[in-house]
Ligand binder design. Structure first.
Ligand SMILES: C[S@@+](CC[C@H](N)C(=O)[O-])C[C@H]1O[C@@H](n2cnc3c(N)ncnc32)[C@H](O)[C@@H]1O
Length: 197
């Protein structure tokens, strides 16, 4: 998965890493910033996604498609596809550019819209990466967990750097008997939940 990353994926990843880094210091507004996961989180979610059971592989919060490129590596390795949701038209346009330039259009379906409005159409989910606005995490969790197949995984970003905002959701997940859950101190902190068999 990590030893044979196609050049066009690597090049787009590096371009987005540079852009994200610049965003953070050049006064770009919060809404326009890419706000991507760091590389180690990319590797982390790709490993989990590739190890997840059958069922849809989804992402909530595409931005320009950086994390989706990591998940696309898991798709390549396991002959699956990813569906990723993004609500902002400007980000959707950037993500489309990403998937086309990186040559992963056949692996990634980009859904333009609010996940909360689109989730009704979801079937069983094998893997979900949640990286949207923190205010919607709890609603996303409530929509995704009932759809997780046995052994299915939900990984939520920002469990440490946004701990205060996310604490109620994290507490609910840790107490939720449908899943086994843990906060992992990697990147910005990842809440990993596995649906019980
Ligand atoms: C932190 S960024 C995602 C970064 C991306 N996962 C990456 O690492 O490359 C959060 C994104 O979620 C999008 N978003 C927020 N709420 C959403 C919702 N309810 N449905 C779909 N997208 C949403 C935002 O527009 C923003 O682009």
């Amino acid at each position: 998965m990590f030893h044979d990353i196609p050049l066009e994926i690597l090049e787009r990843m590096h371009e987005l890493e540079r852009r994200d880094e610049a965003d953070r210091v050049d006064g770009t507004s919060r809404l326009e910033r890419l706000r991507q996961i760091p590389e180690e989180t990319g590797r982390f979610i790709a490993l989990w996604a590739a190890s997840s059971p059958e069922g849809a592989m989804i992402e909530i919060g595409t931005s320009a498609g950086y994390s989706a490129l990591w998940l696309a590596l898991a798709c390549r390795a396991t002959a699956r596809t990813l569906t990723t949701f993004e609500v902002l038209p400007k980000k959707v346009a950037l993500a489309r550019e990403t998937f086309s330039q990186a040559g992963v259009d056949d692996l990634v379906t980009l859904v333009e819209g609010d996940f909360l409005a689109c989730a009704g159409e979801l079937g069983p989910v094998g893997f979900c990466f949640l990286d949207a606005e923190k205010e919607v995490y709890e609603s996303c969790y409530d929509l995704v967990v009932p759809r997780l197949v046995p052994g299915g995984l939900l990984v939520a970003d920002n469990a440490i750097n946004h701990r205060e905002t996310l604490q109620p959701m994290i507490d609910a997940a840790l107490a939720d008997e449908r899943v086994d859950a843990l906060v992992v101190p990697i990147g910005k902190g990842e809440l990993v939940c596995r649906r019980k068999n």
